[in-house]
Design a protein around this ligand. Sequence first.
Ligand code: HT9
Ligand code: FE2
Length: 384
Amino acid sequence: MGSMPATPRSLDVAPYDALLLYSFGGPNKPEDVVPFLRNVTVGKGIPDARLEEVGEHYYGFGGKSPINEQNLELKAALEAELARRGIDLPVVWGNRNWEPFTTDAIDELERIGAQRAVALVTSAYSSYSGCRQYREDLAVVLEKRGQLDDSGSTGVELDKIRSYFNHPGFVQANLDAVADGFAELVAKGGDPRSARLVFVTHSIPDTMEAASVVSQATYSAQHLDVARSVVAGLAERLGHDVAWDLAYCSRSGPPSQPWLEPDVNDHLEALAADGVTDVVMAPIGFVSDHMEVAYDLDTEAMATAGELGLTAVRAGTVSTREPFVRGLVDLLLERAAIARGEDVAEATVGDLPPFRSVCAPGCCLRRDGEPSGVPALCGSGLYS
Ligand SMILES: CC1=C(CCC(=O)O)c2cc3nc(cc4[nH]c(cc5[nH]c(cc1n2)c(C)c5CCC(=O)O)c(CCC(=O)O)c4C)C(CCC(=O)O)=C3C
Ligand SMILES: [Fe+2]
């Protein structure tokens, strides 16, 4: 992966007095599934048939998503890494769509006396779904609590760590996971030289993809950048090149609405038709093995691969891999230095710049040129 930029030297987290680990949330038991799906889809125009289908995915796993336990593991790993470096900073966990909800997390920040916290969202890429929606939910919840005015929060102040898809820690952890995936393929009797590496991420509507360019490069371009970095590192480790593609999973929305393609199942079919026999799927779009991975990849895409007679392996997500967790703490220190007005080197790998710590006007809207009218924190203005 070439030269790795040095980690920030200062261990100063001022002006922050808490880290908010901010995630999507998921159901813990069957009775949670419908209310959770209602929270996720309010005002989104997702067809009922799709919702029933997604509900079945959750019921198939006992009505419980693995995402909450995975976030607790990440929280524990972050706490351990902070302690290892001698950094004293409480970590508070909250979710947009399930318990502990955003408002619970803000209660907790108030309880511990936090004045200014920094949010780390469990989405590495920038788009409406991975960036602005998190920022909007923070603002809307503060507004409901009567803690928002034109200048932002009147309670605990909240900043955000930049989209970290091209941070060395995230890329390194993905490279390690893909290399492990290739080792598993070999153990299964596959041929790493002829295997196809299929990077996978969550599909989004084409309109959301187009709007995501304001954040410095589109959602798909961000993934291609990570993919190229991982492929370069993998070729070094394996001693030969590997052919690769980017495919998408978890499409929803009406069929009339175009979303990013190819779908991973269609893509596996096309590969098999082309004579490919071995595949490694790498879910670089997700930070842990939550339901999109457990169902859409491990259940559905693996079944497709089986029907096609492919030897297939699903590589791991970054989850609590050491380079990822270390990188997140580096990003926290970087963000703190930026908040203090210091000149910091923002580490990246690949061809794209470090993404902004304070989102630009019009960044990551749902659709191009359509301001939502919904306030959002951590940007250049509450309604920009
Ligand atoms: C880019 C992206 C990420 C990655 C970034 C990030 O991690 O944030 C992500 C993550 C996740 N998506 C998740 C679940 C769902 N996403 C849905 C719907 C949608 N996702 C979208 C995009 C994304 N989603 C979009 C454009 C929609 C259409 C509606 C809308 O415009 O918002 C729906 C509704 C039903 C359906 O349509 O599938 C569900 C249930 C879970 C929880 C999994 C668990 O429980 O383990 C997680 C981590
Ligand atoms: Fe989603």
